[in-house]
Write a new protein. Structure first.
Length: 318
């Protein structure tokens, strides 16, 4: 099992401080520098936490049980995100199904010119559906991998490794042995020689290169589509005929679409991280790709939320 980590405790307090400072800034009690400071602290904590997780995975600590618990933890995180969006959808339905006299007893409130669904919203829907397909295809290609790393990395880090202290960890890292195997230095050298002399590197995984290109290409396509989505969303905001302060419709509209846009940005950064880990480090295999799987789940979640947004906010109530 992995060692106890201070990062979850630190992250919880930094996020709490960020929320308090942000509320204070909105009410003009605090300076934006305090908000910026907590944002920088959050990035530092995230960097340290993710670095430790990567080191644990590369050192062979992520057994099947640990990987399963990581997946469960991330699924619980997605459930909390569902509840967050549900609260704002609830506010939208509450205001629209029983409009108060303060908004003219009608929905959409008087004076609001809504955004047609057939323009940018429909385009954004197609973009997210296409990006979700690209991520799924990339995941399928990854599951068809027979080896964890590229031939170049395999040859560099295992087959020519003359350091006895790191050889055992390298064998675990490349899925050549299991982390719980009773492996001493002598046996590790024997394993290394077996792969070095019994199997030439170019025969280890002859289909690695084309599949790696497919994974990277699909991920890159999903990232481009996500960035294009953000551009269209920004353009929609710039040309909208109402603002967040224009009645409850403006508040619900910009909170829902803005919160979703923030999640698209985070998901895009998540995919960029997976692309870097795949293309430059070859860090995933069909048995060790928890980060990739979590990124795919998160992106699909973002896609599903947008479908609800599109049909409810733009088509039904807009």
């Amino acid at each position: 099992m992995v060692e106890p980590s201070p990062w979850p405790f630190a992250a919880s307090w930094v996020i709490f401080g960020l929320a308090v400072s942000l509320v204070g800034y909105m009410h003009r009690y605090t300076s934006f520098l305090l908000v910026l400071g907590f944002l920088i602290l959050l990035l530092v904590v995230a960097w340290g936490w993710f670095s430790d997780i990567i080191d644990e995975a590369d050192s062979g600590y992520h057994t099947a049980v640990v990987q399963e618990m990581l997946r469960v933890g991330f699924l619980l995180f997605i459930v909390s995100e569902v509840m967050l969006f549900f609260s704002f959808f609830w506010a939208l339905f509450h205001s629209s199904l029983s409009p108060s006299i303060w908004i003219g007893a009608q929905w959409v409130p008087e004076g609001i010119t809504t955004i047609l669904w057939i323009g940018a919203p429909l385009m954004n829907t197609l973009l997210l559906l296409a990006s979700s397909l690209a991520v799924t295809t990339s995941h399928w290609n990854l599951l068809s991998f027979s080896d964890r790393y590229s031939l170049e990395a395999l040859y560099r880090e295992v087959l020519v490794d003359d350091n006895p202290d790191s050889l055992i960890q390298d064998l675990i890292k490349f899925d050549l042995v299991e982390p719980y195997d009773d492996l001493d230095v002598e046996n590790a050298i024997a394993y290394r020689d077996l792969f070095h002399y019994g199997q030439r590197p170019q025969e280890f995984s002859a289909d690695w290169l084309p599949r790696s290109i497919e994974i990277s290409s699909n991920l890159r396509g999903a990232i481009y589509l996500g960035l294009l989505f953000l551009f269209f969303q920004w353009n929609e905001y710039a040309n909208a005929g109402f603002s967040i302060s224009d009645s409850v419709f403006g508040s619900c509209f910009f909170m829902l679409t803005g919160l979703h846009g923030l999640h698209v940005l985070v998901g895009t950064l998540f995919l960029i991280f997976c692309l870097v880990r795949t293309q430059w480090y070859g860090a995933f295999s069909k048995t060790h790709h928890v980060a990739f799987e979590c990124a795919a789940w998160y992106w699909h979640f973002v896609d599903v939320v947008w479908l609800f947004l599109f049909f409810i906010v733009y088509c039904l109530l807009g």
